[in-house]
Design a protein around this ligand. Structure first.
Ligand code: ADP
Ligand code: MG
Length: 484
């Protein structure tokens, strides 16, 4: 019997989702999982891969309602979320389910009336069934006016030498908005607390007696508001709305790169708020000078106040973070497992939390303390990531992504500066990171001979020696390459 999709709404599993029985997968839990257990496990892993906001938005009020004959039915609250899950998260969901359960052929989504979603009766003895709310669904309380999530406060932000400066600057700004540092620009890698810190400033100011108009926005949202307003001929109305802001918090400004119209509007808004002494707070995954295709005038605005970076937390801090979260969640996990977790996940606090959630979910489902052995297997997917692995493809991807180019543009025959430099960097990294010979590098760029590769290598090497800024740029690219 060949499996066939039921109706057009039923996405078919793609090849990637057919059960793979190879090494890297998460160990299968023994026995059949109930609908709820399976979904909780899936949610715990999805949380690791997507932003807290997306998680809260798209996975709220979802559940598995049946898993029969290789078909899994997921109930979702609305047709809108159904479309989103299907188009954005279907692969991810499929992949995770596939790691947990064999023989799944299809995943369907149905729109469930929440009260009619049948609560499965767990067949294991569970005295406290973990509900979706116990995963981080406090996200839902995001304030409509400010966009702030009350969960991000200074009180639960752990400070270590890696984020001390950024934290100090943030508290100073929260105490005296518009007066301490303006703008405040915080940068650092993924999952290291930028959003938390930015929102903590907003929440702290919000607590104060002076009523301030605070607005937190991811840069992507700013862009889409601008684009929509232009399309709907409402840009003037939007500008007036923005003019009323006292504290403007823009997260992940690297996403403004290449969006010229948005940058222009942002520049004017920035200036007028700044002139009125309104506080502006920005974050990015890299320093202003390393954001490609950012207009010069905006870059110099970003650099005009205080720039603070967040680097990587040391192991003591990672342990402290885990302990704080464990006590917040009122669960118990042994010291040994805490240490193991902190040593396994070193570069990303979001991942650290995700790992902890995975441990906690497991402990709740089975209702007994975790053993070290189980903890190790639950975290095996984290331990397996070896940072020192790269490939020519990864290098091309990382470099073109960094400079906002399409991958194929790097290979184009052109002397355009925007392409030549990234191409030379690719050549340099092939040599330096992968030990490629110069003729081999030439072959990667079909038609180029080894002298071109030698020239590129020398040129980049020289420039690194000459300019600290450029050296930092290459450093950032390398970090991205290794997912640091
Ligand atoms: P970023 O915006 O840099 O990608 P986030 O601010 O979203 O990172 O942080 C990822 C997760 O780690 C969040 O849940 C956040 O609360 C948590 N986190 C980050 N830094 C800290 C810290 N210093 N103390 C406690 N929790 C932290
Ligand atoms: Mg963030």
């Amino acid at each position: 019997m060949t499996p066939k999709p039921i109706g057009e709404m039923t996405p078919k599993l793609t090849g990637e989702m057919t059960p793979k029985l190879t090494g890297e997968m998460t160990p299968k839990l023994t026995g059949e999982m109930t609908n709820e257990e399976l979904w909780q496990t899936v949610l715990a892993q999805i949380q690791l891969s997507i932003s807290p906001a997306s998680f809260a938005t798209w996975f709220r009020q979802t559940s598995i309602v049946s898993q029969e004959n290789g078909e899994i039915v997921i109930s979702v609250p609305s047709s809108f979320s159904k479309e989103w899950l299907k188009s954005k998260y279907h692969k991810l969901i499929g992949k995770i389910i596939d790691e947990q359960k064999r023989g799944v052929r299809e995943i369907k989504y149905i729109i469930g009336v929440p009260s009619l979603i049948i609560k499965p009766v767990p067949d294991r003895k569970i005295n406290q069934t973990p509900s979706v709310e116990q995963l981080d669904f406090q996200e839902l309380k995001v304030d409509r006016d400010t966009n702030l999530n009350p969960r991000y406060v200074f009180d639960n932000f752990i400070v270590g030498s890696f984020n001390e400066l950024a934290h100090a600057a943030a508290t100073a700004v929260a105490k005296a908005p518009g007066q301490a540092y303006n703008p405040l620009f915080i940068y650092g890698g993924v999952g290291l607390g930028k959003t938390h810190l930015l929102q903590a400033i907003g929440n702290e100011i919000n607590k104060g007696s002076a009523k301030k108009n605070i607005r937190y926005m991811p840069a992507e949202r700013f862009t889409s508001e601008i684009v929509n307003a232009i399309r709907n001929h409402q840009i003037e109305t939007l500008k007036i709305k923005f003019q009323r802001i006292d504290i403007f918090i823009i997260d992940d400004v690297q996403f403004l790169a290449g969006k010229e119209k948005t940058q222009e509007e942002f520049f004017h808004l920035f200036n007028s708020l700044y002139e009125k002494n309104k506080q502006i707070i920005l974050s990015s995954d890299r320093p202003p000078k390393a954001i490609a295709s950012l207009t010069e005038r905006l870059r110099s605005r970003f650099e005009g106040g205080m720039i603070a970076d967040i680097s990587l937390p040391d192991v003591e801090t990672r342990i402290a973070i885990l302990k704080t979260k464990i006590s917040e969640k009122k669960v118990e996990i042994s010291e040994e497992i805490i240490n193991y977790t902190a040593n396994t996940i070193q570069k990303n606090i979001r991942e650290l939390e995700g790992a902890l959630n995975r441990l906690i979910t497991h402990q709740k489902i089975y209702n007994k303390p975790l053993t070290m052995e189980v903890a190790k297997s639950l975290l095996s997917s984290f331990a397996a990531v070896s940072p020192k692995i790269s490939s020519p493809k990864k290098i091309v991807q990382t470099v073109s992504d960094f400079y906002d180019l399409k991958e194929k543009e790097v290979f184009e025959v052109t002397r355009k500066k925007e392409v030549v430099k990234p191409r030379q960097i690719v050549m340099f990294l092939l040599r330096e990171e992968l030990n490629y010979s110069f003729p081999a590098i030439g072959r990667v760029f079909r038609g180029k001979d080894h002298t071109t590769a030698i020239h590129a290598f020398k040129k980049i090497k020289n420039e690194i020696n000459k300019s600290d800024d450029f050296a930092e740029e290459i450093n950032l690219i390398k970090k991205k390459l290794y997912g640091l």
